[in-house]
Design a protein around this ligand. Structure first.
Ligand code: SF4
Ligand code: SF4
Length: 80
């Protein structure tokens, strides 16, 4: 999943992600116990390694269905 530049940083998707894979712009993330700098200071972002494609939670990507701005893309075509 990928957040594009249509994002208005409302951060609604952060609360909707069951995997805590979404972070606010500029906020660092932790992966395998290591802290990493945010890949974007401009837009909310998804850490692919943490995304579980909402498996067992929703049949559709929760981040995508809850985004008011059509800013989330399924760049891996996981949901077809
Ligand atoms: S819900 Fe959409 S507009 Fe809001 S922060 Fe997430 S990607 Fe950006
Ligand atoms: S598809 Fe689901 S698990 Fe992956 S980032 Fe979006 S809300 Fe989180």
């Amino acid at each position: 999943m990928l957040i594009n530049d249509e994002c208005i940083n409302c951060n609604a998707c952060i609360d909707e992600c069951p995997s805590n894979a979404i972070f606010a712009a500029g906020e660092p993330y932790t992966l395998n116990g290591e802290e990493h700098e945010a890949p974007s200071d401009e837009f909310t972002y998804i850490v692919k390694e943490l995304c579980t494609h909402c498996e067992g939670y929703s049949d559709e990507p929760s981040c995508m269905t809850n985004c008011p701005s059509d800013a989330v893309e399924d760049d891996d075509n996981f949901f077809g």
